[in-house]
Design a protein around this ligand. Sequence first.
Ligand SMILES: [Zn+2]
Ligand SMILES: [Zn+2]
Length: 172
Amino acid sequence: MIIDIDRLPRKGLKIRKDFEFLSVDLIEENAVFLEPAHAELTLKKVGEEIGIKGKIKTRLSFTCSRCLVPFEFPIDSSFDLVCFPVEFDVVKEELDSEDINKSFYYSRKIDLNEVILEQLNLTFPIKPLCSEDCQGICPVCGKIIKNGECSCVRNDSDPRLEKLKMFIKDKR
Ligand SMILES: [Zn+2]
Ligand SMILES: [Zn+2]
């Protein structure tokens, strides 16, 4: 959805829309959209600055970075963004020092799909975990460690790591 800056009504513009994205557009490799991203946006033009306040709601499936099991990740976030024309770099320095969420627009247009996608990517955890205390995969039997299902005695040293250490030693 492309917004023409020069056609924004003076009193602002409210948009409610479902945005459909391809999962490949996401920074998180194994993330899959379980539903479209529902966004409620308010755009307001002040001089050459376009303020965008918005809420995004959606559900994604992530893959846990420890146990590799997919899990549902709901997103319900809000953002407050200011977009500047790209040739408008007079106040850039000043802006950098402030903690405002900013973006730039080109050719008098703002692509809302890009805005939403960027905001979604910002809400993702760096290391997705199915739960904070996910134990991951047992280094001995290779099973997912959950609810004490795995009864292996695990030492601090991983047998595969030991082998690797031996291998490295041999090479020296
Ligand atoms: Zn996990
Ligand atoms: Zn085990």
